[in-house]
Design a protein around this ligand. Sequence first.
Ligand code: IVH
Length: 702
Amino acid sequence: MTTATIPVEDMTEDQAKEELARLAREIAEHDRRYHGEDQPAISDAEYDALRRRNLAIEQFFPHLVREDSPSRRVGAPVSEKFEKVRHKVPMLSLDNAFSDEDVVEFVARIRRYLKLEPHTPIDMTAEPKIDGLSLSLRYEKGRLVSAATRGDGQEGENVTANARAVADIPNVLSGDHPDVIEVRGEVYMTHRDFRALNARQEAEGKQTYVNPRNTAAGSLRQLDPAMTAARPLKFFAYAWGEVSEMPAPTQMGMVEALKSYGFRTNELMRHCETATELLAHYKAIEEQRATLSYDIDGVVYKVDDLALQQRLGFVSRSPRWAIAHKFPAEKASTILRGIDIQVGRTGALTPVARLEPVTVGGVVVTNATLHNAEEIERLGIKIGDTVTVQRAGDVIPQILGYVPERRPKDAETFVFPTVCPCELKTPVVREGTAGGGEGVVRRCSGEFACPFQRIEHLRHFVSRRAFDIEGLGERQIEFFFNDPDLSVKSPADIFTLAGENLKKLKDKEGWGEVSAANLLAAIEARRTIPLDRMIYGLGIRHVGERTAVTLARAYGSWQDFHDAALAVAAGDVAAREEMDALEDIGDAVIDAVSNYFAEEHNRAVVEALAAQVDVEDAERPVMDSPVAGKTIVFTGALERMSRDEAKDMAERLGAKVAGSVSKKTDLVVAGPGAGSKLKKAAELGVEVIDEDAWFARVGGEV
Ligand code: IVH
């Protein structure tokens, strides 16, 4: 089924969960293509639309935010070629604005968060958003010691040798610089250098490149630094990570300092104080866009005062103090050659448009997701039609419609299959909605018999957030599944494969003795697995990474979780109540766990797997702050911070913030005007303090 077209406000909780799961999967796949392979498959516009939909659902259903939600993650996992580097300060991403209203709301939101009066001017900056590849350069005592790509935001690739080959990146800093500074910015290639490089490639009979961004990314990630040196890469510095002594208290001042150390900085950066001024500078930059020597895809706005940036902090993957105002999407038309059906892990059938390759804004587009049958109907498209395709920056494109005058006589209406495209041809069923109507998602009813679903289950099992087996990616799994010697049909088969021998593997296409031995070692390395990954890896519906962590922490050991799950599946009321008492776990999860373990096939799969692996007990989190583990209620008017800021601060310190006072409340922070909650606290004997006492208590921690 697909939940992709249901308006957020009409969604049931189950549909929202389903849709968040689908978005997490889809966005992860695009991230992998975009960052891992430098080969986007959809337009930026479509990609952004997916991310926005994900955020909108999360705002509506905050308790459903998945541990693996794209909003908590940036970019793609690092490629295997380079050594990994953990960023001391994560390299985060920016939220997007697409309209003037979004920008006005961005500024209003900042004022609300900081408790400023409407229309109070705020010092901000506006600068071009460079369409390149972000890089973090670490200098110790003025010398470049390491360079890392963004990777997934937490861990990037060590490209130090290559960064040294970029002329724009100083090996030694000039002037009076801090002892330790991580300089961050964008690696890019100018249009002229890009054209010259392509001309050279062509003359040498080599492959030419699609656009400057992908070329810059590919060039920086060459394994041979001499290759990088041969590519004319440039670098703009605009941000920083760890800094031992801050040279300036503002964004502007910091950028000036970076310039004084010998970096190129962007000349189009301006100081602004209102949304109107930001928008005026956006227009000015947009007008100059065509004459710039490099690609930009929008304008970035930032709060100038670093102390305010600190207070504003982050919402999942992006700062509250900055936003990227994107330029409108680019469009092109091409021919719809066909529509393929993809089957997901839960059997959902998703139609994918196969397009005559077309270049849209510098990227070759060959397919676009159509979400579901209703979307095809809504667009009114037929196979053979000339369709309009849109992509905003670099990633999956979207079909906007077709050109009626160009419809050929033999244009074919797509008939949504009534059976699964797998060899079993199992009937497709349309799920009902909670309201009793027919849902948009069509699902293969084959479950464990459907090879597509089994492959998707295995893909989930080996995915990065589950068992994460190095060298056994989502692509190889299909081969392992279909190969008659390997015949990896369920998770346990992966481990018996490792146990048996090398021979089976090493003679297979693409596998030599070394790669086979490496894979078997990687499988062995995962024979010991943390409990939450084990639970997540089972692929139980509605059990995302975050839920898996909750279950793992609550039950502590595999044995206890497994016993509880079996008891719930057997209808044991006490076991169900126990699970229901866990925070963030409701009927949808419990029913899914129950249904999963009620199925004999699943029980067999789980037992076979459990016999192969050692599951580590869950760790219980410990945090060192005066309020860690406490449940806090804020009430009354707060004067030094907004309610949101107070909540964020408490949560950062390991506390839980509740909306009402109960026996479980440890502390009430009350401002003027506090009423019934204060009374309740007094009745229950809960400690009450005022805002100043709160700051005094946690002051040193924030
Ligand atoms: S500031 C905390 N400024 O856009 C975020 N980013 O979507 C700090 N980018 O990862 C980023 N030009 O690769 C910033 N002038 C600019 C930028 C810029 C391009 C990229 C950067 C970042 C991505 C965010």
